[in-house]
Design a protein around this ligand. Sequence first.
Ligand code: PLP
Length: 436
Amino acid sequence: MTYPTDLNLPLFERARALIPGGVNSPVRAFRAVGGTPRFITRGQGAYLWDANGERFIDYIGSWGPMILGHGHPAVLEAVHRAVDLGLSFGAPTERESELAEAIMRHLPSIEELRLVSSGTEAGMSAIRLARGATGRSKIVKFNGCYHGHADALLVKAGSGLATFGHATSAGVPEVVVQDTLVLEYNDVAQLEEAFALHGKAIACVIMEPIAGNMNFVRASIPFMRAARELCTRHGALLIIDEVMTGFRVALGGAQSLYAQAIPGFTPDLTMLGKVVGGGMPLAAFGGRRDVMEQLAPLGPVYQAGTLSGNPVATACGLATLREVARPGFHEALGARTRALIAGLSQAAQAEGVAFCGDSEGGMMGYFLLPALPRNYPEVLRSDGARFNRFFHGLLDRGIYTAPALYEAGFVSSAHSAADIEETVAAAREVFKTLHN
Ligand SMILES: *Cc1c(COP(=O)(O)O)cnc(C)c1O
């Protein structure tokens, strides 16, 4: 819909004078797709409302946390109760143990964990811990995977396996990324070669099990198996970054799905965030007890946080996990998400538009490509201009999706069959305009 006076515009102008780019996290600025970001005033269930009072069906869900939709009554009640008892104490509370137990009940690879406030902190801390525990400095990450914005992870591949990475952000000294080896996702041979060359120096391999920061790309079973075996053989730790996938794709996270295909599969460390905080700043990292006990105050690896384990955030996370642990939750969510991808695929096919999609639980991705990409270079074959037209076509019809083709989408338990139908109907109209 177009409004005679778009009230988002003056809000954006004001914000731009105060906050770099008008946003507190870059993807919100719509730079990739053009146009004015919507200023959100309210969320309820599957919907968001912007400054114009326009309603959107929300497939971003705050980039993952809002698996129950906005304003779930049980979550709000738990948060309200916690708020009344105090906002932050900087001292231990029983609820931190309750949340740790709730997490470990579903992720048996986690024997001890520590709560932090963001996925970035979880990644930064897990890598320091892996380096401290192994006494090694080199780390392996994969092209297109995101693990937060810690310095050592803002890196792109060097030329060839013998050379390490180059910083992708100004302000990151080359010396900070020279121990980060960036490899292609789903490339078993390259990973084997890297371990053959550097095995004794590699502290850890860090990976997204389903990469949601290049839209939606699954780690193949052979790739995951190779990562596990090579880490074990060379004494490196395998860090599975489930900040996006944890409690989202399955109650036991993506690692539970890989454990079904790879007998005995278990990561050494896991990162969690997003759903685990239910929309509050909360994240976690945890895993093997012997490794976790290298952390201060028990061990030599320092890690800390003023607001870590915050009583309001833990209440929000606990209430959220209680809901997602109900029998059949992920089955129902998965069916709804699959219905959306199937509906979009059919609509695209009917209009002769190349399209493919995939989903797991409440996480999904789609590409205006004939086949699903397996790594970042294949994702980059997407036609950005057409993606942007698809994005704006949906937005104009009240469907709020990620404003960049590198981002996964999310369905919540609040999305109804009617919401899915409305979305598919809108997409069909947009596909009609994408022929040329
Ligand atoms: C979002 C995300 C992070 C970073 O989490 P923040 O809370 O934004 O710092 C790390 N890893 C993955 C896989 C993510 O999706």
